[in-house]
Design a binder for this molecule. Structure first.
Ligand SMILES: Cc1cc2nc3c(=O)[nH]c(=O)nc-3n(C[C@H](O)[C@H](O)[C@H](O)COP(=O)(O)OP(=O)(O)OC[C@H]3O[C@@H](n4cnc5c(N)ncnc54)[C@H](O)[C@@H]3O)c2cc1C
Length: 492
């Protein structure tokens, strides 16, 4: 184990390695750990000393959690990034700092299988899996946690002693609730995960490794569609957004389109265009026809001829080559919403007004990600991820560079979000239109009464009816509330 204090040059790298440049921690020490035993050692000592603990794996958190000023002991799992077949559990083991690129590459090269995880190859498994995890194959194969068989986690008991526990989804496993809490309960809540174990629900201990997880398509057909802002007035913008959402309402369970993944990027006018990215199983003989029909349905009635580019790639190369474009900026704010049905014209007009606000020249977006399909085939309480009948997931984001403009950018995204959900107190309260928020896009504003005037607690927005059960797991497995942060599950 490497322990790094503030007088060590490496300290500054380690406290500033998170994705969001707005947050830099100030722990007394950073412990760079290689094993569950080392995690247990650090945790026991930290609890004895009464110091708040934080944990970082892939470092892609949007919010001020691992870097929070209250964190005095930061556990950094960076060296723990192995991905391998575990004979004991007959499942694939993934360590927390494995990036999604590590996961995709190793699972595919070694066994020809994959997980329906996120689109950004640099995201780490540590937070991504605990928070639910979705991505390009989710409509075909479900969310990541739908394939989670077990979890190895270091917890702290009532006496302050840390211990390593392996919890699985086996019905007779006495630790099953701890597994369940890691199927969407969110990172940094119950203990420190040192290994995830994956095996799809239909697979058994007798299955060969190649049959334990989904197989990806061999090829990907990627399509980029662009509508220049110069050609878009409110009517055309509304038409495209409504066409897109209505398509998902009508086709969310259409088997021909099971492998369709798309994002409608509703960008600020400073970015110059609204765009759509589509990925589809390029091995299907009817791929070109099906994509063309989807694009035509989205563009229908807009009166525009968008620019369209196609690309045919091998699946893994395209997946690893994906880049998340922040325009080179490192300061961020994100918010989220699940959509159960198409937004009204009034709501789309509010989005349009903020995206085209002449006084805001920043780099922001409302991205509408494809959802539904197999993600909706799982009952809401079967995993801790309760949103199981949405058609789209919205990601509100803004990114910038200059700290002096923090207020300007934060105000823009907060007012956009407040106004879009103005009929329900500034947040996407679960109702016929929306279904709350996604904990992997954490946003402390929803816990702030200044921005959430709905009277619905933030815990309901993220966890809905699953929250009391998560609290019971918290009481059983983290009775001292060692794993505490601004959006952590609270003791009952
Ligand atoms: C560019 C970008 C693209 C993204 N794309 C997607 C996407 O396509 N799909 C999607 O679902 N999400 C996506 N996300 C969100 C992503 O899933 C979350 O940010 C995720 O929590 C990141 O995990 P991490 O380990 O990289 O981050 P970290 O910052 O290391 O951790 C995130 C949270 O989990 C906790 N945590 C970390 N390690 C552990 C551990 N070992 N045990 C317990 N708790 C831990 C942390 O304390 C923190 O609260 C994206 C994020 C970014 C920045």
């Amino acid at each position: 184990m490497t322990t790094v204090g503030a007088d060590d040059a490496r300290y500054h790298e380690l406290v500033a390695r998170g994705f969001n440049g707005r947050f830099t921690g100030a722990p007394d020490q950073v412990h760079v750990v290689h094993s569950a035993a080392q995690v247990a050692q650090v945790l026991t000592a930290a609890v004895r000393a009464g110091k708040r603990v934080g944990v970082r794996s892939g470092g892609h958190c949007f919010e001020n959690i691992a870097d929070h000023r209250d964190v005095k002991v930061l556990i950094d799992t960076s060296p723990m990034r192995a991905v391998h077949f575990d004979r004991e559990h007959r499942a694939f083991a993934v360590e927390p700092a494995a990036t999604l690129a590590d996961v995709y590459r190793t699972l595919y090269y070694d066994h020809g299988v994959t997980l329906p995880a996120g689109v950004c190859p640099q995201v780490g498994a540590g937070g991504h899996v605990a928070g639910g995890g979705y991505g390009p194959l989710t409509r075909r194969d479900g969310t990541v946690v739908d394939h989670l068989y077990g979890v190895e986690v270091v917890v702290v008991d009532a006496s302050g002693q840390a211990k390593v526990v392996t919890a699985t989804r086996e019905p007779d496993d006495p630790q099953r609730e701890l597994w369940w809490a890691h199927t969407g309960g969110g990172g940094g809540n119950f203990g420190i995960v040192t290994r995830y174990l994956f095996r799809s629900p239909g697979a058994t201990r007798r299955s060969e490794p190649e049959a334990l997880l989904p197989k990806p398509p061999t090829r990907l057909r990627t399509t980029f569609v662009t509508w220049a802002w110069a050609d878009l007035d409110l009517a055309r913008f509304t038409r495209i957004v409504r066409n897109y959402s209505r398509w998902f309402e009508a086709h969310h369970a259409d088997p021909r389109y099971g492998s369709l993944y798309s994002t409608l990027h509703l960008n600020t006018h400073a970015i110059g265009a609204v765009s759509m990215e589509i990925r589809f199983d390029g091995g299907r003989p009817d791929a070109v026809d099906l994509i063309d029909r989807f694009v035509a349905a989205v563009n229908e009635g807009s009166g525009l001829t968008p620019a369209i580019e196609y690309q045919d790639d091998l699946w893994l190369q395209a997946t690893l080559g994906a880049r998340f474009d922040t325009g080179g900026y490192d300061r961020h704010k994100s918010k989220s919403a699940y959509l159960r049905r198409t937004w009204t014209a009034e709501r789309i007009a509010i989005v349009h007004r903020h995206l085209t606000d002449p006084s805001f020249e920043g780099w922001g977006a409302v991205d509408l990600y494809s959802y539904g399909g197999r993600a909706n085939a799982v009952p809401p309480a079967a995993t801790a991820l309760p949103q199981r009948d949405s058609i789209l997931k919205a990601w509100f984001s803004v990114t910038w560079m200059d700290p002096a403009t923090d207020d300007l950018h934060l105000r823009w995204i907060r007012e956009l979000y407040r106004d879009v959900f103005g009929d329900t107190g500034g947040v996407p309260v679960p109702n016929a239109d929306h279904d709350g928020c996604y904990i992997n896009y954490p946003d402390t504003d929803v816990a702030d009464p200044a921005w959430n005037t709905s009277g619905v607690p933030w815990t309901t927005l993220y966890y809905k009816d699953n929250y009391p059960r998560l609290q019971r797991v918290k009481a059983a497995w983290d009775p001292r509330d060692v794993f505490h942060h601004p959006l952590s599950v609270r003791l009952p």
